[in-house]
Design a protein around this ligand. Structure first.
Ligand code: CDP
Length: 223
């Protein structure tokens, strides 16, 4: 089977990463969570106390940033400048900061460059906001996952609960709405469905169903 480039975009908590992870396992592909890369950038800016308006300081930070994604049985681990930041980058302050730093042109240029390098040989599933529109406009498959905001907030709430955190559902919903708006309204590479992407509304689908649906599109082309 040809080693495809598969792009999965969509808003927060629409099911992208869970689906991408499982698909990668089934297809024996590399899975790259590009959101984790923006989150790592945000954490680096926080560590270095960088004002996001200070483009020079950001440029300097980006010139030496070292983001590594290492495969592990229980999901990829993310390393920033040699330190494992996998859990830290999921915390609320970084979630917000990642969306703020993702509007900045030089940040996006650097991340896109890294992403293209990782994916150029195919056999890769990348999830994010701009994979099908900007990073790989010629991807072999493009999917755009959506779900209504209530369903998405509930998913994040459940995830947090499983980790022992008790968050307010209302607060999560507000955070998701804010981020959707910020990600969709920015000037550079806003969150939007590529014209040739297949839209998948996961509101009423189980994980198994959404994975199988995407697989059926991929297998369909093989036949
Ligand atoms: O997992 P979740 O949907 O909460 O977010 P994420 O995919 O980890 O992305 C975090 C933030 O990074 C998003 O809110 C976007 O602002 C930004 N991002 C982006 O701009 N472009 C991407 N390709 C991926 C993420």
């Amino acid at each position: 089977m040809k080693k495809y480039i598969i792009a999965i975009d969509g808003p927060a908590a629409s099911g992208k990463s869970t689906t991408a992870k499982r698909l990668a396992k089934k297809l024996k592909y590399i899975y790259i969570d590009t959101g984790a890369m923006y989150r790592a950038c945000a954490l680096n800016a926080l560590w270095e106390n960088i004002d996001l308006k200070d483009i020079e300081a950001l440029q300097k930070m980006l010139s030496k940033i070292d983001i590594k994604i290492k495969y592990s049985e229980n999901g990829n681990r993310i390393y920033l400048n040699g330190k494992d930041v996998t859990e830290r980058i999921r915390e609320a302050d970084i979630t917000k900061l990642s969306s703020e730093i993702a509007v900045i042109g030089i940040v996006r240029e650097k991340m896109v460059e890294l992403q293209r390098k990782i994916g150029e040989n195919g056999g890769v599933i990348m999830d994010g906001r701009d994979i099908g529109t900007v990073v790989f406009p010629n991807a072999d498959f493009k999917f755009f996952m959506t779900a209504d905001v209530k369903t998405r907030a509930k998913r994040r709430w459940k995830e947090a609960k499983e980790k022992g955190e008790n968050l307010s559902l209302e607060k999560i919903e507000k955070e998701i709405e804010w981020r959707d708006k910020n990600d969709s309204s920015r000037d550079i590479a806003p969150l939007r469905k590529a014209d040739d992407a297949i839209e998948i509304d996961t509101s009423k689908l189980s994980i198994e169903e959404q994975v199988n649906l995407i697989l059926s599109y991929i297998k369909g082309r093989e036949e």
